[in-house]
Design a protein around this ligand. Structure first.
Ligand SMILES: [Zn+2]
Ligand SMILES: [Zn+2]
Length: 262
């Protein structure tokens, strides 16, 4: 039996709520709250999504401790892009056939608007594609209880103070929504290509600002299992910096790919 992706109507309710709360944020927020939200998104986006969901769980690009795997998986849930199991499944489908039939979010196949606004249609993930994650009780727990965990987190923050809810959860989650939209559209349409790979992936500076180092998407399609995505000096990669700086890998990190050229 295939897994149903949790990029579903329930997620859409959260996205609509978060965007509606932007009005509240504009009316009652201060400039420093917006900066704080951007920083919070960078923490959730780098630790949770870019390092956790993407480089660690989807591509196994380095060996992390069990504690860090669980922590990053939990942090990634706050981005409101689905549980790790469904996110990783969708991402592996994307790499399996980028811009092809199986790609759940190809702007070429599904259209820029649909992909940007996460309107992918029905996506089913073959269980064998996420067999490794299905062995983990913790990942199965996150998949089953995803909306309960997220709802409790949101309720707690909003009960403390609506401004806390808005700027600690809703604005960072809205930024996450657009970050996912940007990389899935512009990251396969606009920018420069260092490598002539068999898909439309591009390296894009604007996308990189919102995606914690994921913007060099053409590099990533060339070297999908390398923990470093920004390869040139000009290609700033926050997540790779954190992996190196905080020694998140339990084994020596691999050197840059052999075919890498500046
Ligand atoms: Zn891609
Ligand atoms: Zn990837």
């Amino acid at each position: 039996m295939n897994l149903k992706i949790s990029n579903s109507n329930k997620l859409r309710i959260f996205h609509i709520f978060n965007h509606a709360m932007l009005v509240y944020a504009f009316v009652y927020g201060s400039w420093w709250m917006w900066i704080l939200s951007f920083l919070i998104w960078n923490i959730i986006g780098s630790i949770g999504i870019s390092i956790g969901y993407h480089r660690l769980l989807s591509h196994k690009s380095f060996h992390a401790s069990d504690f860090f795997i669980k922590l990053s998986s939990l942090v990634g849930c706050l981005a409101t892009g689905g549980a790790p199991l469904s996110w990783v499944g969708a991402h592996r489908l994307h790499h399996l056939e980028p811009d092809g039939k199986k790609d759940p979010h190809s702007p070429i196949k599904k259209g820029f608007f649909n992909v940007y606004f996460h309107l992918w249609g029905k996506v089913y993930i073959p269980r064998k594609l996420v067999q490794d994650l299905l062995k983990s009780d913790f990942q199965k727990f996150l998949y089953k209880k995803y909306f309960l965990i997220l709802s409790l987190w949101v309720a707690l923050l909003y009960l403390i103070d609506p401004l806390v809810g808005v700027f600690v959860y809703s604005v960072p989650a809205a930024l996450a929504f657009h970050a996912f939209g940007l990389i899935n559209t512009l990251g396969h349409r606009n920018g420069y290509r260092t490598y002539n790979v068999n898909d439309t992936s591009t390296n894009n500076f604007l996308v990189n600002i919102f995606t914690c180092g994921e913007g060099w998407h053409n590099n990533h399609h060339k070297f999908p299992s390398h923990y470093r995505i920004g390869l040139k000096k000009s290609e700033y990669d926050l997540s790779a910096f954190l992996i190196e700086k905080f020694k998140l890998s339990r084994k020596p990190l691999p050197k840059l790919p052999k075919s890498f050229t500046t």
